[in-house]
Write a protein of this length. Structure first.
Lengths: 539, 321, 304
């Protein structure tokens, strides 16, 4: 363990050693300085720290030293992911959000020149053009080919790489519920069909109690940023993504591109809002035009490319896009919602700030109806029996418990019926093994732990150095020791292999190999001093 | 007397202003960004700027500060970034929840501490009761409050299943104010309340004991004793005169304990203001955190003021200047 | 105080050495059997902390693997892992032993820092009075109105979760009570006859503070330093328990946090009991010592 872990009184000792070292090697360049590894601080769970530690232990075998930098989530996002503040390296995770089943997020948003979330600061004009163009290919086969080509280009350059794909889980009470099914590759995110709408009660207790961590912050879908899916229980979306990665009809029964920038959408017949009014194309057009006009910050990334919506007849309407966008189907249709025009059109205040609970207008057409909410405590939604995919029970409750220990206790006491995501997956699996009445289901997901390098700075600008780090990346160890086995080593290239057809499976696998990594460094002129410390090639 | 109170009030306002300002600047220089959650999902820069504008986070720090102080003077503490409603709408129900464990916990802790403390103080010097009383109180005082919580949960919830392990009520229980009148609520209240009592009692006990020991050798006690009054009643006389330091200590302790209840709220998943404060800090919901701090500072200052005044009322020797 | 009540006039002006007073106070404290128990525990803890790297069987962050290449997680105590393993397959005993170092480091630094700041503030304000007193006490008033734990949470969030920052925050927080108590002790001492004599005999302020004031308030300082150490250790443990600790060092609060956030708090007793017990023992030991000083500073509590 070379300085990856700072045991207290040892630091100055290590400091002294580094101080004394440089005198030894003459034919070498400067020593490679200690590299900073930023990672999510422990408030996001201990997995990140553990993973960063394990990975750096192996990288240290290349003669490198590291400084561990735990960074709080929000600081990480604004300073490193968006703010361009990556100093050397980062080990962090991006979640299995439903819209990330489209490759654009992985290829473009995290990798294109000037893309807002390209925190690894890599810029390759040719690649950027490729990933921009793929979005506009509405014919799927053409798009797949373009996406695969972009992955190959990325793989050849290796500006950063994924380490593991997160495995999520669901834990449920099998004495009270059955038919709890996996929504893979998406984590059991609310607003999906599985496991929520498919679950069936076995007892008289027909309320599904979801032992969860966080509160919902508002029932206004234009403002909610965290519990987006929970709100989609109340407000129907046009489509849903299913476990096969397909986008299937929901409030919309059909859609088609009539030209590269126009999507014609047909609504399902016979849908009603919770107050009994019929859902029409007017409501959908009203909602879409309103969000385009207001550009609510919480929605800005998804709706940025929508130009307008116009009605064709009572059940059909056109959505005009600013530029051709194939990912509209996978990312916007399962996200955009329908508000009842009759409850909103006359509202004179700020739509985005409207307190819909106080105004009694937390009303959509979704499978559940709003019932109660107590801050930081509990949310209750009644089932909507008139919905076209009504749940087979009376309602769903979200317990905002705030900590893993209480979630565990709720599941053991039978107060909680189902737990997802937030209880550490290993803990869920342990519980299921110990208790007969609890079942556990693994959900392999496209959530990914990434290793980012500062592509604007030495030594990361050196392709041999990147290659060596890649070869010395212990994906397996990170999955087992960092994630307790509830992650799988990731595939090659930026797109997770869980995305099926979008993943380029022809990319050759790079096996973990410290010797090969050292070989790559030596070949590029790097060398080691007597203390085993890596030095740059001689000038 | 009036001049004294006025001067103390002016001082208190000054102190609250200072704490509020310190908090304001601390939250503003914090490197974290309240738009981070949205940024991760791809918030555009224009939308971000609009949001910052709406939250009053644009312009120079000084302008923001002046605007913030101005708003506070009109009672406007801003809107929560997260809940998008005025902070007091978010905080009021949570404050009530906290008071439910804080006030009975403190009162019971104080009462129990006073009774046991009197017994220990009145016991034979160097005797078994005194020594074990002091020892136990000192050791219990050394137990961190989260350890108390963990122990209570492990024993009474997980192992014996006598009490529920989290929250304020079973899901689906009565709502509205009526919920506070249910057995279910009391059942959930028990463990966190006991934790507060245990957390609070030992210091009280030791203080009371010191007071009684100091008083028991006073002449008037000897006098009462000489009159043949029963031991128990004599102890009461000594105890009554030891209440004074206890009461003056109680007010500031109340404020500090409410601030320290954070940990107990978190361990028991109690939906109180302390838990929200921690969440608000980690979620960068500045207006909520700042308002909670303001509230705590006001409470502490008022408690100190009240302690001084009560002390003067009870102890004629104190002269206000 | 009896021992200095009847000095010869010259001795009164001379005063006595603060070191000598400290030593006397220490000896007096050791006559209290509870305090002796406290000191014994403290010594035991210090020795353990110093020897921790030698005693710890494994690296505290090393993941233990089984022969089949799986993680040896949540193992109850056995011959191989004396205190079992954590959910991440770390050896509990090794983490526990390293926890001694953090606790004592936090305590030690806080004691020195808080003791120094409180003493300087308290002595300056109490001795010189006037505007110095006014300014220093107003600062103390503000500091006293800051709720301890919530403030630490914000401050650590602001500065970043490292052990240095946590110690800094603790120092910022706990000087305030000490300063006030020491000031009132100084106020009493300042009015004493021998101080006036010394002053009249032309002794400098520095001389009076060092030879007359300090020796007589040394017990109050000791009392406060002991309490500060206990508070500092408790605060570090609370912060770590809330997940705001330094992730690169292992502390007891941190161990409990990991058990808590991984949902193993109520089952993995071998992981939870050692750090809890050690915290209780250490803090109680300090309180027992503190209590002995309390009796010293308040002669009416002494047995006669």
């Amino acid at each position: 363990m070379t300085a990856t872990v700072r045991r207290l009184p040892l630091w100055f000792a290590t400091g002294l050693v580094t101080f004394a070292a440089p005198a030894v090697a003459q034919e070498l360049g400067e020593p490679v300085p200690a590299l900073k590894i930023a990672y999510y601080a422990a408030d996001m769970g201990p997995m990140y720290e553990q993973s960063a530690r394990v990975l750096s232990e192996e990288w240290a075998k290349l003669g490198l030293t590291f400084q561990m930098q735990p960074v709080q989530f929000s600081t990480f996002i604004s300073n490193i992911m968006v703010g361009g503040g990556l100093e050397d390296m980062a080990v962090f995770t991006v979640g299995a959000d439903p819209d990330r089943v489209d490759p654009t997020y992985w290829l473009h948003d995290l990798g294109a020149c000037g893309a807002r979330r390209n925190g690894a600061k890599w810029c390759d004009e040719a690649y950027t053009k490729m990933v921009q163009d793929q979005r506009e290919l509405i014919v799927q086969d053409e798009r797949i080919a373009a996406v695969h080509a972009a992955q190959q280009h990325f793989y050849d350059t290796m500006p950063w790489w994924p380490a593991t794909n997160t495995v999520y889980g669901i834990l449920w009470n099998n004495e009270k519920w059955e038919n709890v099914t996996s929504p893979a590759p998406v984590a059991a995110h609310e607003g999906l069909i599985d496991p929520w709408l498919s679950a069936k009660p076995l007892t008289d207790d027909r309320w599904l109690d979801w032992a969860h961590y966080e509160d919902v912050t508002t029932y206004n879908p234009m403002a909610e940023e965290g519990a987006v899916g929970w709100l989609r229980f109340i407000y129907d979306t046009f489509a849903k993504n299913n476990s096969e990665g397909e986008t299937i009809p929901w409030a919309a029964s059909a859609w088609e591109f009539t030209d590269p920038t126009t999507v014609k959408i047909t609504l399902r017949e016979g849908m009603k809002f919770h107050d009994g009014e019929t859902v029409t194309a007017d409501d959908a057009v009203f909602t879409l035009n309103k969000v385009v006009e207001l550009q609510p910050p919480a929605m800005s990334s998804r709706i940025a490319n929508i130009a307008s919506a116009e009605k064709i007849d009572n059940l059909t309407f056109n959505v005009k896009l600013k530029s051709p966008d194939a990912s509209f189907i996978t990312t916007v249709l399962p996200y955009a919602f329908i508000l009842p025009e009759h409850l909103w059109a006359d509202y004179t205040g700020d739509f985005v700030a409207r307190d819909v609970v106080a105004d009694g207008v937390a009303i959509g057409s979704g499978p559940f109806k709003f019932k109660t909410w107590r801050v930081n405590e509990v949310h209750e939604l009644d089932a909507n029996p008139d919905h076209f995919h009504a749940p087979g029970y009376d309602g769903v409750r979200r317990l905002a418990l705030g900590q893993a220990d209480a979630i565990r206790s709720a599941m053991l006491a039978g107060t909680g019926d189902i737990a997802t995501m937030v209880l550490p997956v290993a803990a869920m699996s342990d519980l299921a093994e110990q208790e007969d009445f609890l079942d556990f289901l693994e959900i392999p997901s496209h959530g990914t732990m990434l290793i980012w390098l500062n592509n604007e700075k030495e030594p990361f600008t050196n392709p041999a150095f990147r290659k060596a780090l890649r070869l010395a990346t212990a994906k397996e160890r990170a999955a087992i020791e960092g994630w307790l086995g509830f992650a799988v080593p990731a595939g090659e290239g930026p797109v997770p292999k869980q995305l099926g057809m979008w993943y380029n499976s022809n990319l050759p696998e790079i096996a973990f190999d410290i010797e090969a990594a050292r070989g790559a460094l030596a070949e590029a002129g790097f060398g080691w001093d007597a203390k085993g410390r890596l030095h740059y090639p001689e000038e | 007397m009036r001049a004294y109170i006025l001067r103390r009030l002016a001082q208190s306002v000054l102190v609250v202003w200072a704490v509020t300002s310190i908090m304001f600047f601390m939250f503003r220089v914090m490197p974290a960004d309240p738009t981070a959650m949205l940024l991760e999902r791809g918030l555009t820069e224009e939308a971000r700027q609009a949001l910052l504008q709406e939250w009053g986070l644009t312009g120079t720090l000084w302008d923001q500060y002046v605007a913030y102080l101005g708003n506070i003077l009109t009672g406007d503490f801003g809107s929560s970034f997260l809940y998008r409603k005025p902070v007091w709408e978010v905080l009021t129900p949570l404050i009530i929840n906290t008071l439910w464990i804080a006030v009975p916990g403190l009162l019971l802790g104080a009462a129990l501490g006073a009774v046991i403390g009197t017994a220990v103080g009145w016991a034979e010097r160097g005797g078994k009761l005194e020594r074990s009383g002091i020892f136990l109180a000192t050791v219990i005082r050394g137990v961190p409050n989260f350890v108390i919580g963990i122990a209570l949960l492990t024993i009474f919830s997980s192992t014996l299943s006598w009490f529920p392990g989290f929250g304020m009520g079973d899901p689906g229980a009565t709502t509205g104010f009526a919920r506070y009148m249910t057995l279910d609520f009391l059942h959930h209240l028990a463990l966190p309340l006991i934790a507060v009592i245990i957390y609070f009692m030992p210091e009280n006990l030791l203080l009371m004991r010191s007071g009684v020991v100091e008083n028991r050798t006073e002449d008037y006690i000897e006098l009462i004793r000489a009159k043949g009054v029963p031991q128990r009643r004599v102890a009461w006389h000594a105890a009554r005169n030891s209440m004074l330091p206890l009461i003056t200590w109680l007010f500031p302790a109340l404020a500090e304990t409410i601030a320290g209840i954070v940990v107990i709220e978190i361990v028991f998943s109690w939906p109180g203001v302390g838990r929200e404060l921690v969440l608000a800090v980690t979620r960068q919901d500045y207006p909520v955190a700042q308002a909670a701090f303001f509230l705590l500072a006001v409470m502490i200052v008022l408690a100190n003021l009240a302690a001084d005044l009560v002390y003067g009322k009870l102890d004629p020797r104190v002269v206000y200047k | 105080m009896n021992d200095i009540q009847n000095p010869a006039a010259s001795a009164a002006i001379q005063g006595r050495s603060p070191w000598r007073a400290a030593w006397d106070s220490l000896r007096l404290m050791m006559q209290d059997s509870f305090a002796v128990a406290g000191v014994a525990i403290l010594i035991l803890f210090v020795v353990t902390a110093l020897a921790a790297p030698l005693l710890a069987p494994f690296d505290p962050f090393k993941a233990m693997m089984t022969e089949t290449g799986r993680l040896a997680r949540l193992r109850p105590p056995s011959g191989e892992y004396l205190l079992g393993t954590t959910a991440f397959g770390n050896d509990v005993l090794s983490q526990f032993l390293h926890g001694f170092r953090v606790a004592l480091l936090v305590g030690l630094v806080a004691a020195v820092a808080v003791g120094f700041i409180s003493t300087v503030f308290g002595v300056l304000a109490g001795y010189f009075g006037g505007w110095i007193d006014d300014v220093l006490m107003r600062i103390t008033d503000v500091a006293l109105s800051i709720p301890t734990l919530p403030f630490s949470i914000v401050a650590v969030a602001l500065l970043g979760p490292s052990i240095e920052n946590i110690i800094l925050v603790i120092t910022i927080l706990f000087w305030r009570n000490g300063a006030r108590i020491i000031r009132s002790a100084v106020l009493t001492e300042r009015e004493r006859v021998y101080v006036k004599w010394a002053r009249a005999a032309g002794a400098s302020h520095f001389h009076i503070i060092m030879r007359h004031i300090l020796p007589n308030i040394v017990r109050v300082i000791f009392l406060w330093v002991t309490m500060s150490v206990a508070f500092a250790i408790l605060t570090e443990a609370s912060l770590s328990f809330l997940g705001l600790g330094d992730p690169t060092v292992i502390s007891w609060g941190q161990m409990l946090n990991t058990a808590f956030s991984s949902g193993n708090l109520r089952t993995a007793w071998w992981w939870v009991v050692p750090p809890s017990l050690a915290l209780v023992m250490l803090v109680s030991a300090l309180y027992l010592i503190g209590r002995a000083y309390e009796e010293q500073t308040n002669p009416r509590l002494r047995r006669r």
